[in-house]
Design a protein around this ligand. Structure first.
Ligand code: RIB
Length: 310
């Protein structure tokens, strides 16, 4: 039986250009090529989970415009269930302006959230059964914080679903929101902002992660880009190095990691094996340009894991 993952989050149309270097303030850089495609942390994580074999519901909100129509087409083509995707007349579909450094694959992103701010508590009340009948739920911070908080309240201390909070993009979050998540997956910058602890070394990562564990979170997984991931629970603390891949574009790598993690945990893998699986998913995603379009399929991940273990 396929496991059910429900993603409550954002959809953005990504407008992407590569550039020989990322511009400084006031600078114009000739770049290209230009690519337009599906993005948004929530939708990327949903598409990733679906490509890896889960049954996926996406709870989000798009505008009543061309980009909103494209969103529906993309998500349906990727086998993501959009029965509860809201369409609003009030504002535009979310947009992300993305620049990718041709040499390093690093990016700069500005998001105009538009319709994503229409993912309301009212909408969640209507999909309560879908959420409660999921194996895993995935949340990020490109929708209103009060909606994220409401969802975490709904599932807090229930056997199912397991909740994963990816606190991205970095925003100040109250302790009483974070403490309700089962698993929290910040990157270095997000960890620094939510704990107030300066992150320079792995010791700092461990210290800040332990702070989140002291709130009551069951597991903290810090994504460290090319340096891998750091896992802290009450019982273990482990650094998992990344897999060496050819980096083309890092956009969406964190989303790939969270999608992979959700799928592995939903299938009953232990935390460390799930993080290794998620690291392969993230690693494969950076070898292609784009966000949702770079998410790997299950066969690619299994093939990589098989070749790696030989
Ligand atoms: O994590 C990458 C995503 O961040 C992009 O797809 C963009 O839409 C922003 O939400």
């Amino acid at each position: 039986m396929r496991k059910r993952i429900t993603v409550i989050g954002s959809y953005n149309t990504d407008l992407v250009s590569k550039a020989p270097h990322l511009p400084r303030p006031g600078e114009t850089v000739l770049g290209g090529p230009f690519i337009m495609g599906p993005g948004g942390k929530g939708s990327n994580q949903a598409i990733c989970s679906a490509r890896l074999g889960a049954e996926v519901y996406f709870i989000g909100c798009v505008g009543n415009d061309n980009f909103g129509e494209m969103a529906k087409d993309f998500l349906l083509k990727e086998n993501v269930k959009i029965d509860y995707l809201k369409v609003t007349d009030k504002t535009h579909t979310g947009i992300a302006l993305i620049l990718v450094d041709d040499k390093t694959g690093e990016n700069m992103i500005v998001v105009a959230p538009g319709a994503n701010m229409g993912v309301t508590i009212e909408q969640i009340k209507e999909v309560k059964d879908i959420i409660m009948n999921s194996d895993v739920i995935l949340l990020q911070l490109e929708i209103p914080i009060e909606t994220v908080s409401y969802v975490l309240d709904l599932v807090f201390r229930k056997d199912k679903p397991l909740s994963i909070l990816n606190p991205a993009p970095a925003r100040n979050l109250d302790k009483n929101i974070i403490e309700k998540a089962d698993i929290v997956t910040p990157n270095r910058n997000e960890l620094e902002i939510i704990t107030g602890i300066k992150i320079e070394t792995l010791e700092d990562v461990e210290k800040a992660s332990r702070e989140l564990i002291s709130y009551g979170v069951k597991g903290v997984i810090v994504t460290l880009g090319k340096d891998g991931a750091f896992v802290v629970t009450n019982r273990e603390c482990k650094h998992i190095p990344s897999f060496k891949m050819e980096v083309v574009d890092t956009t969406g790598a964190g989303d790939a990691f969270n999608g992979g993690l959700a799928v592995a945990l939903s299938e009953g893998k232990d935390l460390i094996s799930s993080v290794i699986f998620a690291s392969v998913v993230a690693g494969l995603s950076v070898t292609k340009i784009g966000a949702a379009s770079s998410m790997p399929y299950r066969e690619e991940v299994e093939r990589f894991l098989k070749e790696y273990s030989n």
